[in-house]
Design a protein around this ligand. Sequence first.
Ligand code: PLP
Length: 302
Amino acid sequence: MAHPLVPPQPVIYLVEPFGGSVRRQNANMPHVFWDDAVVTRGDGIFETILVKDGRPVNLEKHLERFRRSAAQLDLPEPRGEQWRAATRDAVADYVREHGETEAACAWTMSRGRASTGVPTAWLTVRPPDPELARLRKKGVKAMTTGRGYSVDTGDGSAPWLALGAKTLNYTATMAALRWAREHGFDDIIYIDPATGRVLEGATSTVLVVKKGGRLRTPEAGPDVLPGTTIQAVFDHAAAQGWRCKAKPLYVDDLHSAQSVWLVSSVRRGVRVTHLDGTQLSTPDNEKEVAKLIDASLAAHPD
Ligand code: PLP
């Protein structure tokens, strides 16, 4: 347990990316160099994993996406046994040192130092942002917007775009979120301005609950990241009798839905209470849906 006057530090493990050592890093010491591509170019991939009841949730789904992202970006293939072991050790340290069982675990792999050309990788385990718990209770006011740039949706004219990979380049997303917050919104739902098709949240997947026990989400694709949380929710909800489908959704579908949620690993599920300034109706089954999302994350403790 940490000294009460010294806030506990995040747990950091360095992961040698070619299957070598995994070792604890002192959080007071820097471990990324000035010429690391993650610092100079934002060139790398990441995963953010929920730790609940002292265990990483959906670990295998995250590993699968991390592997896919690495392959798309010509980074070394993450070795499952190495990342699983590093995560297990880091979470155990965190639980022991913080006396808490809920956390956010982030995996990062960077193209590495320009001077060595060797990729760098590490993971951190730290307390979840307390704001997320507040938003889970209160809901979010979201605005819809285009991304401000168009994504090549797969006609092959820009094959180097690592679409579907979870890359670190979130500068435009963070700027959009700052803008939204300055204008009284909590979050953003991206739409395709040409068609009005709903894409995804700024850092989340859109989940729509419709009457008759139906759950809908936009299909993952070039401009919609395949989310691990929505996958877990659909697996669990389908087994509970919900009818789950990924299909095209439009802004009107959000307004006419029973409820609209943003889901992602550490956020879990937050309900959208207002969309573009219009209050969405409060469904009778709000608590049931929130529980369903939580239960689906408990149901996948790999
Ligand atoms: N879409 C985007 C753009 C994201 O950044 C995220 C998570 O960070 C998600 C969707 C949800 O992914 P997951 O459920 O795997 O956390």
